[in-house]
Design a protein around this ligand. Structure first.
Ligand SMILES: C[S@@+](CC[C@H](N)C(=O)[O-])C[C@H]1O[C@@H](n2cnc3c(N)ncnc32)[C@H](O)[C@@H]1O
Length: 558
C-alpha cells in the first residue's frame, strides 16, 4: 500500500521505458497515461465481512467485488485448476488520503483458499514470488497503445505476459495487456510486471496474446514445486555449463549477428562461419530449445532473446563467461577447499594481471563491461551532474559510464583514470567520440594515488573486486584527492538483507571466483567500509538490474 502510494506515473514510466527514449516521446506517453493502481493477489480465510473489516482497518475503502475473468483464466491455465474452482473476485480499494493521480488505489484479487496440491502451489508461489503482483497504467489514447507496446516489447525488453478483455470493467469493457521483465523494482523488491488498461476492445490484443504464448513456450522455466520432477530439474541445472558453452559458441561464431540481418539455413551459416555443418545444425537445434533461435522451415531466425547476443549487446559477455570466466569457475571446488583464488589457480595470474598480458581477452572483458551495463544511462538521472565541474571516474575502464555522464552534462569535464594499458585503449575511444577536449585520460594505480581536483569521484564496480583492506586503500586515496565539498559515488550491486531475490547473490560467488578477495556487500557493509575510510554514506538510489548508486561525502563535510 505504501509503495503504491509512493509510486507516480512519472516514476513508473521511468522504471519501464527503455533507456534513451526521446524526451518528447516520454512526455507524450505521460500525457495520455495514468498510473491507476498496484495489484496483489490474496487468499483470505474466514468470512468476507472479516476481510473487508481488515481492509478498512488498514485505511482502504473497498468498492463492491467484481468477477475477474483475465487473471482467473491465467491462474487456472497456469496451475491446471478448473476455472469453476477459482472464484477470483476483483476488489478496488482507495487508499485513505491517497492521491487519485498517484497510485491512490489498490487492486486486490481475492481468492478464497481451497485445499489440494495445485491450489497450495498457487498460494505458495503467489506469497513467495507475487506472480500476479503488478502496476497498472491506464492509456487514454488508444492509438498510443501500439507505440507503447512496441517500446515495451522492443528496447525495454519486456515480455508479453497474457491479457484479455474484461467486459465487466468500464462502460465498453476493457482490454488488459500484461508485460513482465526480469528484476525487481527496488527498494521494495516488487516484480517488474505491468498492466496496460485500454478502454474497449483493442485489436492489438490478438498480437499480444500470440507473442505472450510464443515467449511462454520459449522461456518456460519449471518452478520448484511439490509435483515437480526433481531429477529433471537437477539435470537442467547440471547442464547449465552446456548452455553457457552453446551461447559462447554462438557468440564466437557470430551466429546472432548473421541471423540478425536475415534468416539462414544451417548450411548457409556453416559457410558463413566456416563451421562443420552437421554439428552446427545440432547446436542450433539446442539453441532453439533454449529459445535463442527458432526454426521456420529450413531456415533459422533469431528470437528476441537471441537478439541480446548480438555485437554491441551481450556478445562479449557470452564470450567472457564462456571463456576465461568459465575456466576460472572450474576451480571453484579448489577455491572453496583452500580459500585460494580460483581465477589465479586456473589461469596462472591474478585477473587484472592476466588481462594486462592478454590484450584480446582484455578487449572482450571491457566489451562485456560496457555491454553488461544498460543501467549506465540511468546514472545521470539519479545523480545530478549538471552543475558539477569535474567528474573523476576512478578505474573507469574504457569510459562508458563517463561518456554517459559527459553527454548528460555538457558543461562538465571528465577525468578517466585506469591502469596505463586500459587508459590507452580508453583514450582512443574518447578520441573517436570527439570527447578528448572535455576529458583527460590518466594512467596509474589506484592503490598509490588517484587524480586530484574532482567534484565527484566515481567508483563503478570497483569495490566489489577487492577485500576490505584493499578497498580501504582505494577509498583512502580517493579521500586524499578530494576536497571537503567533493562527493563520492559508488556503483555496486548491494546484497539485500530482507531476502529479496537479487542478482547480487550469484555475482557474489562470481566476484570471489574472478577477483582476489572480491565480494558483493550489503548497504550496511558499505556504510561501515566508508566510515572507516572517512566518509558518510548519505544516499542510495536504485538502478536497473539490482544495481544502486551510493553517494558518500567526507565525514564532517557538506
Ligand atoms: C570491473 S572493471 C570496472 C570498470 C568500470 N568502472 C565499469 O564499471 O565498467 C574494474 C576496472 O579496474 C581497473 N583496475 C584494476 N586494478 C587497478 C589499479 N591497480 N589501478 C587502477 N585501475 C585498476 C581495471 O583495469 C578495470 O578497468
Amino acid at each position: 500500500m505504501e509503495f503504491t502510494r509512493s509510486l507516480s506515473t512519472g516514476r513508473l514510466l521511468a522504471e519501464i521505458l527503455p533507456d534513451g527514449t526521446p524526451a518528447h516521446v516520454v512526455a507524450e506517453i505521460a500525457r495520455h497515461c495514468r498510473f491507476v493502481h498496484g495489484s496483489v493477489m490474496v487468499f483470505p480465510s474466514g468470512r468476507p465481512d472479516a476481510f473487508f473489516a481488515r481492509l478498512a482497518a488498514m485505511g482502504l475503502t473497498a468498492a463492491s467485488p467484481q468477477p475477474s475473468t483475465v487473471v482467473r483464466g491465467r491462474v487456472a491455465r497456469g496451475y491446471g485448476i478448473p476455472e469453476e474452482d477459482l472464484p477470483v473476485q476483483i476488489v478496488h480499494a482507495t487508499i485513505t488520503g491517497g492521491d487519485p493521480d498517484h497510485g491512490g488505489e489498490v487492486e486486490i484479487f481475492v481468492c478464497p483458499p481451497r485445499s489440494g496440491e495445485r491450489f497450495e502451489r498457487l498460494m505458495d508461489d503467489e506469497r513467495r514470488a507475487g506472480h500476479e503482483t503488478h502496476f497498472a497504467l491506464h492509456v487514454s489514447e488508444p492509438h498510443l497503445t501500439e507505440r507503447l507496446w512496441g517500446l515495451l516489447t522492443g528496447p525495454a525488453g519486456m515480455t508479453p505476459d497474457g491479457g484479455g478483455f474484461n467486459p465487466h470493467e468500464g462502460p465498453a469493457g476493457c482490454t488488459v495487456l500484461y508485460f513482465r521483465a526480469e528484476g525487481l523494482i527496488r527498494p521494495q523488491g516488487w516484480p517488474r510486471r505491468l498492466e496496460l488498461l485500454v478502454d474497449g476492445r483493442h485489436e492489438l490484443l490478438t498480437t499480444h496474446l500470440r507473442s505472450a504464448e510464443s515467449s511462454r513456450l520459449a522461456h518456460t522455466v519449471p518452478e520448484p514445486s511439490a509435483d515437480e520432477d526433481a531429477t529433471r530439474r537437477m539435470f537442467e541445472m547440471l547442464t547449465g555449463a552446456w548452455t553457457t558453452q552453446a551461447l559462447c559458441a554462438a557468440a564466437e561464431l557470430g551466429l546472432p549477428d548473421h541471423l540478425g540481418s536475415q534468416p539462414a539455413t544451417s548450411a548457409e551459416l556453416a559457410l558463413l562461419t566456416n563451421a562443420d555443418a552437421d554439428l552446427l545444425h545440432r547446436v542450433l537445434r539446442y539453441l532453439a530449445s533454449l529459445g535463442v533461435v527458432r526454426r521456420d522451415g529450413e531456415r533459422w531466425e533469431l528470437t528476441r532473446l537471441g537478439m541480446t547476443l548480438r555485437t554491441g549487446a551481450l556478445r562479449d559477455v557470452a564470450r567472457l563467461y564462456g571463456g576465461i570466466f568459465y575456466r576460472s569457475f572450474g576451480s571453484l571446488t579448489h577455491s572453496v577447499r583452500t580459500g585460494e583464488n580460483a581465477f589465479e589457480h586456473a589461469l596462472g595470474l591474478p585477473p587484472f594481471d592476466y588481462l594486462n598480458e592478454h590484450p584480446e581477452q582484455a578487449r572482450v572483458f571491457h566489451g562485456a563491461m560496457a555491454a553488461g551495463s544498460s543501467w549506465f544511462s540511468r546514472v545521470p538521472e539519479v545523480i545530478d551532474f549538471a552543475d558539477v565541474g569535474t567528474v573523476v571516474d576512478v578505474a573507469g575502464g574504457h569510459g562508458d559510464l563517463l561518456r554517459h555522464v559527459l553527454k548528460a552534462a555538457p558543461a562538465t569535464r571528465g577525468v578517466l583514470f585506469d591502469q596505463p594499458a586500459t587508459a590507452d585503449a580508453a583514450r582512443e575511444v574518447f578520441e573517436k567520440d570527439g570527447l578528448l577536449d572535455r576529458c583527460e585520460v590518466v594512467g596509474g594505480d589506484f592503490t598509490e594515488q588517484v587524480p586530484r581536483g574532482g567534484d565527484i569521484y566515481l567508483l563503478s564496480r570497483i569495490l566489489h573486486d577487492w577485500d576490505d583492506e584493499q578497498c580501504l586503500k582505494i577509498l583512502a586515496n580517493c579521500r586524499r584527492a578530494m576536497t571537503e565539498s567533493a562527493r563520492l559515488v559508488i556503483i555496486e550491486r548491494p546484497i539485500p538483507t530482507d531476502g529479496t531475490p537479487s542478482l547480487a547473490i550469484a555475482w557474489d560467488v562470481h566476484m570471489a571466483v574472478n577477483n582476489i578477495g572480491g565480494r558483493e556487500r550489503t548497504d550496511e557493509e558499505y556504510r561501515r567500509l566508508l566510515r572507516a575510510a572517512g566518509f558518510d554514506l548519505v544516499g542510495i538510489a536504485p538502478l536497473a538490474l539490482d544495481m544502486a548508486a551510493l553517494t558518500a561525502v567526507p565525514t564532517g563535510g557538506s
